[in-house]
Design a protein around this ligand. Structure first.
Ligand code: PMP
Length: 319
């Protein structure tokens, strides 16, 4: 912490590392008032080879796809953004989270901005110490996940594609999750416009049937999570049959095992859905196997998937 009580970190903004407290935008900025900010969120792990970013190129490619879907005129390419991300992690030791944002900082009155300069901010930080513990004294417990299926509010996928990680895409899920929290649930998954299970606000969903087959909703009405893709690859590698297939909420409720995946969530077992236990309410064998493998891979303890990690060398480390 610095003297001012803000995290002692520096955020990369348009090519310069600026102190955390100075990384601000105007309250009337376009991004703030219209939800036009686009972002991606990555994890950083301590590995035997040093701090490493999990699947950096894949995240940056997804970020650029989101930028293109929203139509922001961003003048930076994948190589530049990867280099800047590595530089930012190196400048912020102990970081476990990395967020890349593209936004319109200009104060605007119209929905289409007169000044269309797209700024880029890249922040590497410790989400627990720099963010959560500054607001509450204790880290939140990892609950036995009580899930609610939100069936009534469907997103309008034609307007804002779920593949765009844009701030505005999170408003509906935020409302659904907030309501569910007030009713004692920890998390929600939403259905798509056709009533099939889609995804959580920041997670993808998987089910395992009694034959041991893994299922997850197909790409169309979800954000294609990097963790989801990784888990599908790990399942294939481990010989676990997996299908990308639409499922009704009832199929999710009747599954032998259910888990969520995401950069923050990792592989997160679901204990109950709308009050009914999933299996015996404990993490099932396939969930446990995939979770352990995923943790080994992201922690740099699995040579088969070392290529998923971008190792960051501290400035001046000599190599
Ligand atoms: N769906 C949505 C809508 C999300 O915001 C996220 C989090 N990025 C996910 C799924 C999971 O994606 P990932 O595994 O890449 O974090």
């Amino acid at each position: 912490m610095s003297d001012s009580g803000t995290p002692d970190r520096r955020i990369w903004i348009d090519g310069r590392l600026v102190p955390w407290a100075d990384a601000t935008v105007h309250v009337l900025s376009h991004s703030h008032s219209r939800g036009s900010l686009v972002f991606d969120y990555l994890s950083v792990h301590e590995t035997p080879r040093g701090p490493a970013i999990f699947r950096l190129p894949e995240h940056v490619q997804r970020f650029l796809r989101s930028v293109a879907l929203v139509g922001l005129p961003l003048a930076r390419d994948e190589a530049e953004l990867c280099t800047a991300s590595v530089e930012t992690v190196a400048a912020n030791p102990g970081a476990n989270a990395l967020k890349i944002c593209a936004y319109l900082p200009s104060v605007e009155v119209d929905v289409v901005p007169l000044d269309d300069h797209v700024a880029v901010a890249i922040a590497a930080y410790d989400y627990l110490h720099d963010v959560i513990l500054r607001k509450s004294q204790r880290p939140p417990p990892r609950p036995e996940l009580k899930l609610h299926i939100e069936r009534t509010r469907k997103r309008i996928e034609a307007h804002l594609p779920p593949q765009a990680k844009a701030a505005a895409n999170y408003l509906g899920p935020m409302m659904a999750k907030w309501r569910a929290r007030q009713r004692g649930f920890d998390e929600v998954v939403m259905v798509d416009e056709a009533g099939f299970v889609a995804e959580g606000p920041t997670t993808n969903v998987f089910a395992v049937d009694d034959q041991g087959v893994l299922r997850t909703p197909p790409a169309g009405s979800i954000l294609e999570g990097i963790t989801r893709g990784s888990v599908l690859e790990l399942a294939k590698h481990a010989g676990i049959p997996a299908r990308e297939e639409s499922m009704r909420p009832e199929a999710l409720q009747g599954a032998a095992e259910v888990f969520l995946t995401g950069t923050s969530a990792g592989v997160w077992p679901v204990a109950s859905i709308d009050g009914k236990a999933v299996g015996d309410g404990k993490p099932g064998p396939i969930t446990t196997r995939l979770r352990e493998r995923f943790e080994a891979v992201s922690g740099g303890h699995d040579a088969d998937f070392d290529h998923w990690l971008t190792v960051v060398r501290a400035p001046g480390s000599g190599d």
